[in-house]
Design a protein around this ligand. Structure first.
Ligand code: BMA
Length: 363
């Protein structure tokens, strides 16, 4: 791990955070979590897993079950969730997770000392199609102020605000969570993607969303994460849609190993991406993360210690969120489960002092 500057400095005997959140009204608990994540990034990389408690390979509707726990007797440090379809008023998200259960899990994670991050695969507000419906131009402009779907977008944000505000700890304080909307904006597979809106429209959408949640709805328990898709070779540019330092707390990249991709190629691609992301984050005073990652089915038994870990170990990255272990989509999994080919290697990966799981951070 490279050493990054201290997250705290002494000032008249009082510990003051040097990294303040973009939301000027962020709650004390949210600021505390942000400072804590900065500190943890100096110790190692936190392991994260999407929908870890909600389902896994061959099971769903659990009782504290987890594929990761079944392998290493510890939970991830970071838990990913997705809000897709909350905007519609649905009871379940696009991957069949009930929102009531998701809220309970998130509160439980917080009480155990873990960290929650939320993405949002929201439907297409103009066509009513899915998040991947990219056939119709002008979707982003339709929800900005003056657009035909603007009021509907406000309703969507009202529903998100209600959900975030319902995440209360035992004292009645809203638990802080990482919010990662409009992810992979540099790709063009979502309606907010690169070829479907201009940079200024994307930035306006982000800033509008930030202001509506923080100011209009007074949702002040969010840490805002801006995440790009994998950065193409020969390009050091990923930031033309960066919404601005006043609107962002974390910057990250989503990167997957493709089925036909050699380990060595993925390892060098990951290291190149992390070099760009960590340098950009450092120049802005933001916290870097691997906001999504994985190799579907983890076909190489020693992938964890021989491919993933060597590629990240020299970077000060706060966390790496591995994607979901689907219960209803065969072979769609990114973390091991008992009997999976990489199980033993994952245990070795777990034992490395610089890989952080729940027990490591819940002190
Ligand atoms: C994708 C896949 C889909 C899922 C979506 C949102 O990468 O896992 O099956 O619906 O993420 O979670």
């Amino acid at each position: 791990m490279l050493i990054i500057p201290l997250a705290f400095m002494a000032c008249s005997g009082v510990q003051k955070p040097t990294h303040t959140l973009a939301d000027p009204s962020a709650s004390a608990k949210t600021q505390d979590l942000y400072s804590r994540v900065w500190q943890l990034a100096r110790k190692g990389v936190m392991f994260g897993h999407q929908d870890d408690l909600a389902y896994g390979v061959g099971w769903s509707a659990p009782n504290g079950k987890s594929d990761v726990f079944a392998v290493c007797a510890d939970y991830p440090a970071v838990f990913g969730w997705d809000l897709g379809h909350l905007e519609l008023g649905s009871t379940h998200n696009l991957d069949s997770v009930p929102f009531i259960g998701m809220a309970k899990f998130a509160i439980m994670v917080d009480s155990m000392g873990g960290i929650n991050t939320f993405s949002w695969h929201c439907d297409n507000p103009l066509t009513g199609g899915s998040t991947w419906d990219i056939g119709t131009p002008g979707v982003v402009s339709s929800i900005l102020p003056g657009g035909v779907k603007h009021q509907e977008y406000n309703l969507w944000l009202d529903r998100l605000a209600d959900f975030f505000s319902s995440l209360l700890d035992s004292k009645g304080d809203a638990i802080p969570v990482i919010f990662r909307p409009f992810h992979e904006q540099s790709g063009s597979w979502f309606w907010w993607g690169y070829n479907h809106c201009a940079s200024n429209e994307f930035i306006e959408l982000w800033q509008y969303t930030f202001k509506y949640l923080t100011e209009t709805k007074r949702v002040n328990n969010l840490i805002y994460s801006f995440s790009t898709a994998g950065i193409p070779e020969h390009s050091s540019e990923f930031s033309d849609r960066y919404p601005g330092d006043e609107y962002v707390d974390m910057v990250g990249v989503d990167l997957y190993q493709m089925p036909e991709q050699q380990n060595s190629d993925f390892a060098s691609t990951l290291a190149r991406n992390l070099n760009i992301i960590t340098q950009f984050a450092a120049s802005r005073g933001k916290l870097p993360a691997i906001t999504e990652i994985g190799f579907e089915q983890i076909p190489y038994p020693t992938w964890w210690t021989e491919v993933f870990y060597p590629s990240v170990k020299d970077f000060s990255i706060s966390y790496a969120l591995f994607w979901r272990n689907a219960f209803n989509r065969p072979n769609h999994y990114y973390a091991p489960y008992p009997g999976q080919a990489s199980e033993e290697d994952f245990k070795a990966f777990y034992s490395l002092p610089e890989t952080l799981f729940l027990k490591d951070i819940a002190k």
